[in-house]
Design a protein. Structure first.
Length: 240
């Protein structure tokens, strides 16, 4: 159990084993920027700052696994200029991520298919994963990730390996998330009430939390609100 003290007049945040994994669908960057009369890329830059800040904050309050949805398999449909801007931001993050994550005792994992990325970018992803592997917390970055593609890939690999009918455990071993428990809580910002192909298998029993706030507007207090809401819910996993 971890107790994170807030300001003297605020209630502390207490995290126990019921909440090991929080996942974020970071949505609303584009609308946040448009509302300011700025190009969408401006929103992605603001969003990437919030991503850095909140992934550290979640670790500080005692969350073991944090997953963020950074780029979906469908996001290639966006204008090239926007895709390029997102990739540049990710690259900037990766250049500093190793140092930040070492200091925070977090390993980085990428969820998704890396094959469309440049050799240079893939090498950076591999280096980041490899050199952070000894750390204890987990930061998963879903990048060129799609839940359906992940399930098909896992099923095919498991089936080939086994040479016959596979079980749920067989499939889970081949998901991108085989190193961590499924998300206890999924937070989606930006006011849309859907999963958009995120962790389709792993979300079967996740608690879902939606907020209208755009991702760049998310602050520590908003994470606290989602955590408090999570602890007010009763998870039954099909029982009574
Ligand atoms: C960020 O929000 C999510 C990414 C795909 C990087 P959006 O870019 O989807 O912003 P909105 O939803 O258009 O406002
Ligand atoms: C989901 O957001 C993907 C990420 C946050 C990376 P989208 O903006 O792509 O989802 P839709 O299009 O609203 O479903
Ligand atoms: Mg969106």
């Amino acid at each position: 159990m971890s107790i994170f003290k807030k300001k003297p007049n605020e209630e502390a945040i207490v995290i126990d084993d019921r909440l090991q994994h929080i996942a974020f669908i970071m949505d609303g960057n584009g609308r946040w920027a448009r509302r300011r009369g700025m190009p969408r890329e401006y929103g992605h830059r603001a969003g990437s700052k919030v991503f850095r800040d909140l992934s550290i904050y979640c670790g500080d309050i005692g969350i073991k696994v944090v997953t963020v949805y950074a780029f979906s398999t469908e996001n290639w449909k966006r204008p090239q200029k926007e895709v390029d801007a997102i990739m540049t931001l990710l690259e900037e993050f990766l250049f500093e991520a190793l140092e930040t994550m070492k200091a925070r005792d977090a390993q980085i994992h990428f969820l998704g298919d890396p094959s469309p990325f440049s050799e240079k970018f893939r090498a950076l992803m591999e280096k980041t994963e490899r050199e952070s592997a000894e750390n204890h917390r987990v930061l998963n970055i879903a990048l060129n990730y799609g839940g359906r593609a992940e399930i098909i890939r896992a099923a095919n690999t498991a089936f080939t390996e086994k040479g016959g009918e596979i079980s749920e455990d067989d499939l889970e071993r081949h998901l991108y998330t085989s190193h961590c428990p499924p998300p206890d809580l999924i937070v989606r910002t930006g006011g849309e009430y859907r999963l958009s192909n995120f962790l389709m298998w792993q979300s079967a029993y996740s608690e879902l939390y939606f907020t209208d706030k755009y991702w760049p507007d998310m602050r520590h207090a908003d994470v606290d609100a989602a955590v408090r809401e999570f602890y007010s819910r009763q998870r039954r996993f099909g029982g009574v």
